[in-house]
Write a protein that binds this ligand. Structure first.
Ligand code: NAD
Length: 482
């Protein structure tokens, strides 16, 4: 593949004319997934104090079906994922009009980058419940950067990685490939700064208007990273936090997500307790949350999903052994939180069996919401998936309604459309509290007086519809009151 000479060349290679072309520092974003696509937009709308655009941005993904779909979407000014965030959609349109954002699968574009941001995925596998690290995807990504990176460029790793990855995996890989080009680590800069982006209504703002943590492999790298972040993030309101090493920054990310995973897992046993004792855990948590030190106590739900919370709590336990070489060290809370959270949908499933006296064969189950959280379209590791597959295993039929997910890849089915005929179903499982479900006309359920409802999101109560209306037909997860 020919080496691209300029940002203009890349632009033209995608069939566009760079009419409004201006030279600016170039930022390459590797990986145009949920994080990288939004980061590319955040970077392309960043402006100086004098309202000049700060950067030209090149998004780089793989030459695969998925990678090309994401590249094509961005090159048409469309965000590659379903989103309600009007600010994000409008910003991408602006970037399209400004001619300072383009996407490609040509890895030689890394040679143009003054800053290269890594936003690829890094999965974790389990063997007998033991987390096993596999850095091959990351090593391939690092290799493609190292083959092309120019002297003086800064790499920022935003991917969530096991602690120690930057120093013990990325640095040696960079050194190996750079040496073949007669370059060394001293010729480039490297930093870690993890993403806290939250897809949803405030998707783009969760990058631009949010606190950030970072650290470089040396002072120069930290300084350059700080300088870059301060050009895209509103640091007056959201000051940056510099940590003393890349391993500390990597650890901050996984501890932050583990803290949340443990917090969620804790409520699982209290949910079951409240149901057995006949009390409402929601009113109890509400009471406790008034105390400022306990204001982030979690509510019950169908379970935890998404790409991050389902894996991040395994990264430090795995790294301790497989990166740092400390064998047989216990990490009980973190490991238990993952196992507890991953099994949570089975509790809702046990209610499903209970309400049908253990036999759900041929029962028609309608699931409201199949994304991993409210107001997003991401279905990766969603609790609805485990719940649905458990129902299927026991002979039930599954349909779903989700305004954010037209096609549910994991189950290979499409969302049903409105108006919904509730007469067709035996069970309604309310799994996610999308805004559309809060505004839904639940009077439509009255057409079917024998419809059984399991509300895993406490949604009916939150919109003022109570147990009085549905009686024993309604099960609310975490509320054992009769
Ligand atoms: N999704 C979130 O809400 C979120 C939030 C914070 C942090 N994170 C973290 O950010 C990282 C990215 O997550 P995501 O949700 O965007 O993942 P994703 O799977 O949606 O996207 C990753 C992208 O990287 C591309 N890719 C992989 N290898 C590549 C290579 N060598 N060159 C170019 N592109 C390559 C893939 O094709 C894919 O498009 C993960 O570490 C994740 O844990 C995610």
């Amino acid at each position: 593949m020919a080496t691209n000479r300029s940002f203009k060349d890349i632009f033209e290679s995608q069939g566009r004319k760079p009419e409004k072309y201006e030279e600016r520092p170039i930022v390459c974003v590797q990986g145009l997934g949920f994080v990288g696509s939004a980061m590319a937009v955040a970077t392309s709308i960043a402006k100086s104090d004098s309202s000049e655009l700060n950067f030209n941005v090149i998004g780089i993904d793989l030459d695969t079906k998925l990678g090309n779909e994401r590249i094509d979407a961005i090159n048409k000014g469309k965000f590659p994922f379903n989103t309600n965030d009007e600010f994000l959609k409008k910003s991408l349109e602006d970037a399209y009009e400004q001619h300072n954002l383009i996407a490609t699968s040509d890895e030689s574009a890394f040679s143009l980058g003054d800053v290269i941001i890594i936003d690829i995925h890094l999965d974790i596998d389990f063997y007998d419940d033991r987390p096993i690290l596999d850095f091959s995807t990351l090593e391939i990504a690092i290799e493609s950067i190292a083959k092309h990176i120019k002297k003086g460029a800064l790499i920022i790793v935003e991917t969530t990685v096991p602690p120690g990855t930057c120093e013990k995996v990325i640095v040696p890989k960079l050194e190996e490939i750079l040496a073949k080009r007669k370059l060394s680590l001293d010729d480039i800069f490297l930093a870690h700064s993890y993403e806290r982006v939250m897809p949803g209504d405030d998707y783009l703002n969760s990058i631009i208007n949010f606190w950030r943590v970072f650290s470089g492999m040396n002072k120069e790298s930290s300084d350059l990273c700080e300088d870059f972040l301060s050009k895209i993030i509103n640091i007056d309101q959201y000051p940056l936090t510099r940590l003393s090493s890349m391993t500390s920054s990597e650890t901050a990310k996984v501890l932050e997500n583990t803290y949340r995973a443990v917090n969620i897992a804790l409520i699982d046993e209290w949910t079951k307790y409240a149901e057995l004792v006949g009390i409402d855990i929601f009113e109890i948590v509400d009471a406790i949350r008034k105390r400022p030190t306990h204001s982030n106590m979690m509510y019950p739900g169908l379970g935890v999903g998404g790409y991050c919370l389902t894996k991040d709590s395994s990264f430090a336990p795995a790294a301790l052994e497989q990166v740092f070489g400390h064998k047989n060290k216990d990490f009980p809370f973190s490991n238990l939180s993952r196992i507890t959270n991953n099994n949570m949908p089975l509790h809702a499933f046990s209610h499903t069996l209970r309400v049908f006296d253990g036999d759900i064969k041929n029962k028609r189950v309608l699931i409201f919401g199949v994304s991993y959280r409210q107001d997003v379209g991401d279905t990766r590791f969603s609790p609805s998936e485990l719940y649905a597959k458990e129902c299927l295993k026991h002979g039930a039929n599954i349909e779903y309604f989700d305004p954010h997910v037209e096609f549910w890849t994991e189950l290979n089915i499409s969302s049903i459309e409105q108006p919904i005929n509730f007469n067709s179903y035996h069970l309604l499982m309310i799994a996610v509290s999308h805004k559309e479900f809060k505004d839904f006309d639940y009077n439509l359920l009255d057409i079917n007086p024998s419809l059984i409802i399991i509300d895993a999101a406490n949604l009916l109560a939150s919109i003022g519809s109570s147990r009085d209306k549905y009686g024993d037909r309604l099960t609310i997860l975490g509320n054992g009151q009769k």
